[in-house]
Write a protein of this length. Structure first.
Length: 202
């Protein structure tokens, strides 16, 4: 019985800890994703304000100086007809017309727009946010979801260490709890057996 109770407590503890850790990890990823999208929108809006008032050639020159050597975020400048005139991660001469892209269409219609999908250009899951400039051009910034996955992979060793520590402590606790549960029962059994033995002797 002792082994059965101890084993059951260990299984319940491990299951509870793993489920809790997974829920925490999912919550962290969700919150981080929301924050990253919010930050991307802020950066795009600030950059759009800096570019407003200039013609396309000057906008391209500014973006080239600011983002040609930046790899953690993608910046694209698109003409009102969908022609890509600047991209810091791809050759614009080989890129197809972007007018039908969801975030671009929303930006043209509503002033801004966003979407998430696999990029045909760089082959990754991307979050896009686009803003319409005063001259009709569309400024689009995007963030690969691999950044989020990188954060998850970064904290995984810490999560695993905490998980191991909690399981180790819970195993010790399960052993003591089993003893706490069974000792009074064993004492009652011993007293009952002793009492019956005395009655049988009399």
């Amino acid at each position: 019985m002792r082994k059965a109770i101890n084993g059951t407590l260990k299984i319940l503890t491990i299951s509870s800890v793993i489920v809790s850790m997974l829920l925490i990890l999912v919550a962290f990823c969700t919150q981080y994703s929301i924050k990253e999208k919010s930050d991307l929108k802020s950066r795009t809006n600030i950059l759009a304000q800096c570019l407003d008032g200039y013609d396309e050639d000057i906008e391209i020159n500014i973006l080239t100086k600011m983002y040609d050597n930046v790899s953690d975020i993608r910046v694209t400048l698109i003409k009102s007809d969908g022609t890509v005139i600047y991209d810091n991660e791809a050759d614009t001469t080989t890129m197809e017309n972007h007018f039908e892209r969801p975030e671009v269409k929303k930006a043209v219609t509503y002033g801004n727009g966003s979407s998430s999908r696999n990029s045909e250009t760089i082959g990754e899951k991307i979050y896009y946010y686009a803003v319409k400039l005063n001259n009709g051009s569309i400024l689009r910034m995007s963030q690969p979801t691999k950044v989020i996955m990188y954060m998850v992979l970064t904290i995984m060793p810490i999560v695993i260490i905490i998980l191991i520590c909690i399981i180790a402590v819970s195993f010790v606790s399960a052993k003591h709890l089993t003893k706490y549960i069974l000792d009074p029962i064993n004492e009652v059994d011993i007293k009952y057996i002793s009492s019956n033995a005395l009655h049988s002797q009399t």
